[in-house]
Design a protein around this ligand. Structure first.
Ligand SMILES: C[S@@+](CC[C@H](N)C(=O)[O-])C[C@H]1O[C@@H](n2cnc3c(N)ncnc32)[C@H](O)[C@@H]1O
Length: 176
């Protein structure tokens, strides 16, 4: 799991000093890896709908200097274009309006910044034929939920298979 998370973070092309918004951190499983990459000069903000999850982030990663915000991914409480990177893994499948959320992610990212999102979902090309695929689809319908389309306001779209094919990550660049 830890190696899978490090691999996911490696796709974000992070550097020291960057400013990142992470949405839906849950209990904060990515925060240490994000902070390691952006260093003390970088700024890490994590936003979640659940106060309970934000409390868990505080307990687990209170020493990491993460700014925690209570909010909804579909209505981000941020002005335009403040971020160099946007990241969310596991959360998109829960949104009522994933299309609106993704447009919000792009709105708050600077031109040329990288926006990334992903969730559970079999990688493109797999069908629900194997035992594992049938089992996971029954356990969590998120695996077979249609993925949100990638808006035309971004370029350099890449899709990665993560967590051994049980998840996906899209990365793209906001058009200048
Ligand atoms: C499955 S957890 C993901 C945790 C973590 N990112 C991970 O990979 O393990 C999903 C998180 O999405 C949050 N969430 C659900 N709907 C949301 C919304 N509309 N806005 C922000 N966060 C939301 C939940 O509170 C929960 O913390």
């Amino acid at each position: 799991m830890i190696e899978g998370r490090k691999e996911i973070i490696s796709y974000l092309n992070l550097r020291s000093g960057m400013k990142i918004l992470e949405v839906s951190p849950g209990p904060g499983v990515f925060q240490k890896f994000l902070r390691d990459k952006i260093g003390n000069d970088g700024e890490l903000v994590s936003l979640d709908l659940s106060l309970g999850m934000l409390r868990q982030c505080q307990r687990k990663n209170g020493s990491l200097n993460v700014q925690l915000i209570h909010g909804n991914a579909q209505y981000l409480p941020l002005p335009r274009t403040v971020l160099t990177r946007f990241f969310i893994l596991a959360g998109v499948n829960l949104f009522n309006d994933p299309k609106k959320a993704i447009n919000e992610f792009i709105r708050v990212t600077k031109e040329d910044g990288i926006v990334s999102w992903g969730d559970e979902g079999f990688f493109f090309g797999l069908s629900k034929t194997t035992f594992g695929e049938k089992y996971f689809s029954k356990m969590n319908p998120g695996y077979i939920k249609p993925r949100p389309n990638v808006p035309a306001t971004v370029s350099e779209v890449k899709e990665y298979k993560v967590y051994n094919g049980l998840g996906y990550l899209v990365t793209c660049r906001k058009k200048a």
